[in-house]
Write a protein that binds this ligand. Structure first.
Ligand code: AMP
Ligand code: MG
Length: 337
């Protein structure tokens, strides 16, 4: 079976080029780059010494708590023991992601881990599982199997947690809290494609956050001008493999069927004030597909989106003026309430 994996590093580069370009010439940010949460991150903080370093340490700590594969993490121990008292940040991340699981009717489901692992998206040992195996694993998948009481989490019916669809957004929220408690220096934080655009660029203009080109994630098809927003993207191009049957299987799984989503959406970018919401909804709206995603937005207007399908960029009304298309592969269609 041919395998192919694309990591987010290239997307990050594309977003950062835009994010940092155009800042006042004499302003040099404190800039920190590192690997965490399975991706490359770059933090740029203006006019405040050591804040980027502080945020890096915070993200590294969160990664150690939330990783489902690190044997010393709270999530690993919880998945193994099924009942565990976890760090309060871990409990908060799980509680908030469960809220989004329920709000999205299970399109986002942080208990889909056993199925994600069976397809090989955790270890990289890709395979197309037998349908009977998927059906049997799906019995464990249900966010109602997770109970959080204070910092104690219980997993019922063999459930296992994977905060992978949520962790970077949650980390972005915590980073913004740190910026606020450090005198609110302007900052552009790129956590592997989840970008926190905090304050305004030195000089007063808005940040520009790139929307990656699904065909070449080092490039972008346009950008969103924004301030005080967290922008998260989920794309089928981020991690996938080609099966022996020649089909492409991507890492975003429909928790109802247990199969990788294949609904014509190339990527979903969500813009909101909450990183947790942006990250959860980028995954969830991808799973929902175009029609249900638009319905969801019409019923919950606390975020904006850019949804890329083959030739069209669907852009919600709230950011249609701040989205600039720079590719002739797509035509913009503004979506109104
Ligand atoms: P993201 O890039 O934020 O969309 O997160 C995708 C990652 O979340 C995948 O690599 C899986 O580890 C996990 N995942 C896949 N499908 C789902 C889903 N429907 N709900 C929650 N997590 C998922
Ligand atoms: Mg996500």
């Amino acid at each position: 079976m041919k395998q192919k994996i694309k990591l987010l590093t290239l997307v990050v580069c594309a977003a950062l080029c835009l994010a940092s370009g155009g800042c006042a010439k004499n302003e040099k940010p404190e800039s920190v780059s590192f690997q965490a949460m399975d991706t490359f991150m770059q933090l740029q903080v203006y006019g405040s010494a050591d804040t980027a370093e502080k945020i890096k340490n915070q993200i590294t700590r969160l990664d150690r708590l939330l990783s489902p594969t690190d044997e010393s993490s709270d999530i690993f121990k919880l998945n193994r023991d099924k009942k565990s008292t976890v760090d309060e940040l871990c409990a908060e991340a799980v509680r908030k992601s469960l809220e989004e699981c329920k709000a999205t009717g299970g399109a986002l489901d942080v208990t889909v881990y056993p199925v994600v692992r069976e397809w090989g998206f955790i270890g990289g040992d890709y395979k197309i599982p037998e349908k009977s195996e998927i059906d049997s694993l799906l019995k464990k998948v249900d966010c109602n199997n997770v109970q959080v009481s204070g910092n104690e989490i219980t997993l019922k019916n063999g459930a296992e947690l994977d905060p992978g669809a949520v962790a970077k957004g949650f980390a972005a929220d915590k980073a913004v809290e740190t910026l606020k408690s450090s005198g609110s220096p302007p900052a552009i934080l790129n956590l592997g494609g989840t970008v926190a655009a905090f304050g305004k660029k030195p000089g007063g203009s808005l940040w520009r956050v790139g929307v990656a080109d699904p065909e070449n994630s080092a490039d972008h098809i346009g950008y969103i001008s924004c301030s005080d927003k967290i922008v998260a993207t989920s794309g089928s191009y981020e991690r996938y493999f080609k099966g022996g049957d020649g089909k492409i299987y991507s890492h975003i799984i429909d928790p109802k069927s247990g199969y990788p989503v294949d609904n014509g959406i190339e990527s979903v970018t969500i813009v909101s004030e909450s990183g947790t919401k942006s990250d959860c909804l980028s995954t969830a709206l991808f799973v929902m597909g175009q029609n249900k995603a638009l319905d969801y937005w019409r019923q919950n207007r606390d975020f904006d989106f850019v949804i890329l399908t083959k030739n069209t960029a669907l852009v919600s009304e709230g950011i249609s003026q701040s989205f600039t298309l720079s590719s002739d592969k797509y035509a913009v269609r503004e979506i109104k309430p």
